[in-house]
Design a protein around this ligand. Structure first.
Ligand SMILES: Cc1cc2nc3c(=O)[nH]c(=O)nc-3n(C[C@H](O)[C@H](O)[C@H](O)COP(=O)(O)OP(=O)(O)OC[C@H]3O[C@@H](n4cnc5c(N)ncnc54)[C@H](O)[C@@H]3O)c2cc1C
Length: 491
């Protein structure tokens, strides 16, 4: 249903100027996708440059009951930044100023459209870092990271985004501009409104600015690569490393298929093992880090690692990380005609650390039983599992197999006490499982949403909050040519 008429367009031009509006179909197409196979056309794209402009646009949308979807880099892997019901797509990319850097107070104030990579380039001049190295750092914005509560590769030591946000400037769905939290390192007055907006996926308001905690850049880094011929040995080693006090910044694990693919593709000459574990350690100096490296190597050897390497050479560290970072490239070379569908509902379940080996093996079995190719990578220090499924994306039967396996995997993850998402959030594709995950908390979330956004204009149709989605069994993780979003039926 069309929501934008000539009057609304005129009002938008008055707020941001003709040059900050896209309305031609070809231009709109560029905003109709994210990193899922879905396709949702906005009716207009608007680029505000100030918080007051954002407020005026939101007020207009609220008055006319027009859906409004905030968008940063569009790197979402859940469909969260797609304008499901059309309306206004609000691109924050022109709000990209870093307003203040306070090295001695360890914070930075930046607008929502600043790219993560850009922020760290600028902070590096002050010997500071915002330590979240998400895989999409070149493309994603601070607003998108905060609204998704993203989690970087070194999240074992540095947590997720919510641990580093001190304060937010937010435009509420009625156009009011609020400031949550405070710029100091501790603020403890009443409800934590900052955290309410973190992970809200643009459904409660538009984040326009953030005060983020930053830290001094670690001066020394080293990595360990350990190979195990049984994943159970690796799991034991991981638990011992976590409890050892050696304080790694990350512990990553890949399964045999990923390791073999990378070994073949990049000629790495690593041992043929069931599991590879990579551990990073950082600190302010070599002497402070070295004993921690030795401790971790010792644990791996005691837990029957067949081979352990350690190095502080950047080229060696890069080699250790190749199977983890370039797994998609390595696997796609050996699965001609098949593509990683990193857009199913099961992209990032999180399980208890003691169950990692059990879960990885069970997932391999489930996917193989359904005739699917799977590579598995794990943020093993925190238990987040990334299964990568490869299918012929134009083949509906393969999609069906993947969806059948997915249902089984979700049930299994819940049965071991896991959660359906530890990293990417819900967006569109995990809607069928939010009830399972949240139970009655979903009702409370809906009440909060209605209180702040009675007209449901802010990113409607996401997180399972909408009446029509709440108890539905609709499977959103089908590509658009399999599922009609209007009718929620298979085409
Ligand atoms: C190659 C690749 C690697 C990735 N690696 C990781 C990873 O390591 N860890 C991880 O957690 N994720 C990862 N992701 C997913 C994605 O990058 C993150 O979710 C990221 O936070 C998205 O940022 P964005 O600016 O692109 O947001 P978008 O995709 O534009 O938006 C994401 C959500 O935030 C909302 N939003 C955006 N800006 C605002 C705003 N200013 N105010 C309110 N709401 C807003 C949108 O409405 C949407 O709901 C990866 C994606 C890719 C493609």
């Amino acid at each position: 249903m069309k929501t934008i008429d000539v009057e609304v367009l005129k009002d938008l031009v008055n707020i941001v100027g003709e040059e900050n509006i896209l309305k031609d179909e070809v231009d709109l197409m560029c905003y109709s996708r994210d990193c899922t196979p879905y396709f949702c056309m906005p009716e207009v794209v608007v680029y505000p440059e100030t918080v007051n402009e954002v407020s005026e646009i939101v007020k207009l949308a609220n008055r006319r009951k027009i859906p409004i979807t905030p968008r940063g880099g569009g790197a979402s892997v859940t469909g969260s930044s797609l304008p499901r019901y059309g309306g206004i797509l609000l691109s924050l990319v022109k709000m990209n100023k870093i307003k203040e850097i306070r090295p001695e107070d360890f914070y930075v104030i930046a607008e929502a459209g600043v790219l993560l990579k850009k922020l760290n380039e600028i902070l590096s001049k002050y010997d500071l870092i915002f330590p979240h190295d998400v895989g999409s750092a070149d493309a994603c914005t601070l607003g998108g990271l905060i609204a998704s509560n993203a989690h970087g590769h070194h999240g074992f030591k540095y947590g997720c985004i919510r641990d580093w946000v001190l304060s937010l400037e937010v435009v509420l769905p009625n156009g009011d501009i609020i400031r949550t939290g405070s710029n100091v390192l501790r603020s403890n007055c009443g409800y934590d409104l900052t955290r309410l907006f973190i992970g809200s996926q643009g459904t409660l308001g538009v984040i326009t600015e953030a005060t983020l905690r930053v830290m001094t850049t670690p001066k020394y880094k080293a990595s360990i690569a350990a190979f195990f011929d049984r994943i159970e040995y690796a799991n034991k080693a991981i638990i011992k490393i976590v409890s050892s006090g050696a304080e790694p910044s990350t512990i990553e694990l890949v399964n045999r298929f990923v390791l073999k693919s990378a070994n073949d593709e990049f000629k790495l000459n690593f041992p043929d093992a069931e599991t590879m574990v990579v551990v990073d350690i950082d600190g302010d100096s070599e002497p402070s880090v070295k004993p921690r490296i030795e401790k971790i190597i010792d644990i791996c050897i005691k837990e029957k690692s067949q081979k352990v390497y350690g190095s502080d050479e950047p080229s060696e560290i890069e080699k250790f990380w190749k199977p983890r970072l370039y797994l998609d490239l390595a696997i796609s070379r050996r699965t001609q005609g098949k593509t990683n569908i990193g857009c199913l509902a099961v992209t990032d379940p999180c399980v208890p650390l003691s169950k990692i080996a059990y879960v990885v093996k069970a997932l391999e079995e489930i996917y193989q039983k359904h005739g699917l190719i799977v590579g598995i990578a794990v943020h093993a220090g925190v238990g987040i599992i990334h299964p990568m499924i490869y299918i012929d994306v134009l083949n509906r039967e393969e999609w069906k197999k993947a969806k059948k396996a997915e249902k089984e995997v979700i049930g299994f993850i819940k049965s071991v006490g896991g959660t359906i998402t530890g990293e990417h959030n819900v967006g569109l594709i995990k809607i069928p499982y939010t009830r399972l995950e949240l139970g009655n908390n979903l009702e409370l979330m809906k009440k909060i949403k209605t209180l702040l956004d009675p007209n449901n204009i802010m990113n409607p149709g996401k997180l399972g909050l909408d009446v029509e989605d709440r108890d539905s069994s609709v499977d959103f993780a089908y590509p658009s040519y399999c599922l009609d979003l209007e009718t929620n039926k298979e085409k």
